[in-house]
Design a protein around this ligand. Structure first.
Ligand SMILES: Nc1ncnc2c1ncn2[C@@H]1O[C@H](COP(=O)(O)OP(=O)(O)OP(=O)(O)O)[C@@H](O)[C@H]1O
Length: 384
């Protein structure tokens, strides 16, 4: 790499030398013809004073005098007659002063040029150094990129192993706050983080069940999402994942999966996470795109919630191919997508739920990903 202390010598000197030579040349070129011109004018006007020895002096003073003489040829004769006429011409001392001023100006100009040349030399060197630095930075960023892709791959595999260890099938239980009428009943359940014991009225023996995790009624939507988000990451890694809520009417399935604007559920939180992942992974060459479908199963028939009109789709192995897929390329698209689907859902009041969704709703998310650097391709996956 070029260091500031050394390289300028070469480039600055190399750049400076010709310029100085050029400058000197220019100085001569500028200076000499000027005097020559003046001298030739002097000749042209018939001045006798053109011997080489006298030339340098004649270069300036007599030449100028000649101009004046030329101007005052008529007065030359007069000058012979009257001494005062000679005084009308420019005195030789003034010519010398002008010559010396010109010389000083030339010297200053040369000095300025030399300085400019030095600056140019430094500038050239700076550009060279910057190029070098850029090349080094590019090399470094390529190496870092490669390292980051490798690290991401390790993290991904560790993550997927961890997901497998946690269990490919997980059953978790969520308590929701009791409704008013439920508070009046005597049924009581006691639970820990993963087991529950309850006593049914009229039964002697308590019942007991174990789950991978049990959420308290005070647990928030984010507490629930925390328990499933590793599965969402697996979708981006190319795994098929299904998360579903099961329970009687009014038990909190819609609240858990869809939620509300104030308390978003698993679906909107998953979208948010997928967008965060997309942004983070694109720095290391991943190109990820999402699309989604939303359908409901009602009375043994399937309805596409994104379709403009409610059309019944026939159940078949390939029915999925008929679903409308909406590209989800920004957060706003998610809101539009969910709003559209919500508007088409079939609801009716039940004893336990004023807005009971009388169907099974299925949100399908499709992920397409590839890595332009590593050439690694994720297969299209979907989450239901
Ligand atoms: N964890 C919770 N915290 C607060 N409110 C909840 C919770 N779970 C459910 N609810 C409320 O209970 C009511 C019923 O919930 P939800 O609609 O989610 O039930 P559901 O299982 O989807 O019912 P259905 O099968 O009839 O559609 C809703 O008003 C919902 O806001």
């Amino acid at each position: 790499m070029q260091r500031r202390a050394n390289p300028p010598t070469r480039s600055a000197a190399a750049a400076a030398t010709p310029l100085i030579a050029k400058t000197a040349g220019r100085t001569n070129a500028a200076a000499t013809p000027l005097t020559e011109k003046t001298a030739s004018r002097a000749n042209a006007t018939g001045t006798k004073n053109n011997t080489p020895a006298s030339r340098s002096a004649a270069n300036i003073a007599p030449a100028t005098t000649t101009i004046r003489t030329g101007q005052a040829t008529r007065s030359t004769s007069r000058s012979r007659q009257t001494p005062t006429a000679t005084l009308r011409g420019r005195p030789p001392t003034s010519q010398a002063t002008r010559a010396s001023t010109t010389q000083t100006q030339l010297a200053e100009a040369i000095e300025k040029l030399r300085k400019k040349e030095d600056e140019l030399g430094v500038a050239n060197w700076t550009v060279a150094e910057l190029r070098q630095k850029l090349a080094e930075a590019e090399e470094l960023s390529e190496a870092r990129l490669k390292k980051n892709i490798e690290l991401e791959s390790v993290v991904r595999h560790l993550h997927d192993e961890n997901v497998n260890l946690k269990g490919k099938i997980r059953v978790q239980l969520r308590f929701r706050p009791l409704a008013k009428d439920e508070m009046l009943t005597n049924q009581l359940a006691i639970h820990t983080d993963n087991s529950i014991t309850w006593q049914l009225a009229g039964r002697k023996e308590p019942k007991c069940a174990a789950f991978q995790h049990i959420f308290k009624d005070s647990d928030t939507q984010l507490d629930v999402f925390d328990q499933v988000k590793d599965l969402i990451a697996s979708v981006v890694h190319g795994y098929n994942v299904a998360i579903f809520a099961y329970g009687q009417t009014g038990s909190g399935k819609t609240h858990t999966m869809r939620g509300s604007v104030q308390q978003p559920g698993i679906i909107p939180n998953a979208f948010q996470m997928l967008f965060d992942m997309k942004n983070a992974l694109q720095d290391i060459g991943y190109e990820i795109s999402y699309s989604a479908s939303f359908v409901e199963v009602y009375n043994e028939a399937i309805y596409d919630l994104l379709a403009p009109n409610r059309t019944k789709l026939t159940m078949s192995d390939h029915v999925r191919e008929q679903f409308i897929r909406m590209p989800i390329d920004e957060m706003q698209a998610i809101n539009d997508f969910l709003r559209k689907a919500d508007a088409k859902r079939t609801t009716a009041a039940t004893k336990h739920n004023e807005e009971s969704s009388r169907s099974h709703a299925i949100c399908l998310l499709f992920v397409n990903s590839s890595n332009k650097f590593s050439g690694e391709f994720g297969m299209e996956r979907d989450k239901k």
